[in-house]
Design a protein around this ligand. Sequence first.
Ligand code: UDP
Ligand code: MG
Length: 315
Amino acid sequence: MNGIQLDLIVPCFNEVEALPGFYKQINEQLGGINWRLIFVNDGSRDDTEKIINDLVKMDPRVMGIHFSRNFGHQAAISAGIEQSSAQCVVVMDADGQDPPSLIPKMIDEWRKGFEVVYGVRARRKASLFLKFSYSMYYRIMKSISHFDLPLNAGDFCLLDSKVVTALRSYPEKRKYWRGLRGAVGFRQIGVPYDRPERDAGESKYTIFKLVSLAADGIFNMSFFPLRLCAFSGAFIAVGAVLFGVMMFVWYLSGIEIFGMMPGRVSGWTSLVMIMAFLSGVQLLFLGVMGEYISRIFIEVKDRPEYHIAYKTNEK
Ligand code: UDP
Ligand code: MG
């Protein structure tokens, strides 16, 4: 292990309960490695800032990047990627759910020549509903993405500095890091691990943030939803033409079915059902387009991804 330089990027949002234990674990698990901890404080409202600055004073291997407000987990990873300079970079959460004990195994794979080593959640501790949703989501992502995205792999990974350089060249403002990691290529491998529960505190991902991340995964990495709209639009249009022909033949035939005949004014229920269905489909398609348009809007405005209030112990 000796001689290797490792930058650990750790986004933190209100992690006052988890940080001391996390720092201790890193110290215990990464003996013999020349590491640096880059804490990115994503606008925490608790004492996270103070704890990071205390750690900085105590240990010169720790640095802090403090955001001017909460910009989100993915933006915090961006700031860490921008800051890192070591030959290997690890992206991990501050709550112990990305176990530091896996890092030596990741380094072993890196030594074998893999430039991207990502953690694969073999088993995870969560509610049945969440487990099912995650599993479905990863499957959908894998099948519709334009890139090779592994199943059950989150942001926890080790990256070679070559990959970090490649990742820095993506100019987009709204990043989905695990997707971009798949997009860069290089030699990649997964290392399975059991994802434990949080060491301390509550999840900082609200349901809104989680859905927003999931949407970024789909709409940032794939055109498939747009294609699906176009294909189903075409399918419905062809169906409508056939339906029209059928109605015309029925009209000419003068046959009565269930008391209905196209010539008479009846069939209100079926008409309302068809209209309701088609309006629903149209609104859904508009929504899908809205997802892409809002992303174009964000990229076109080119606003900064985050603002740094100050850094401590920058080298
Ligand atoms: N996080 C962040 N900004 C946010 C939300 C979360 O930097 O707006 C950090 C958080 O401190 C943690 C990591 O992102 O280190 C993952 O968040 P969390 O553990 O709450 O998510 P979960 O594991 O429950 O999906
Ligand atoms: Mg977590």
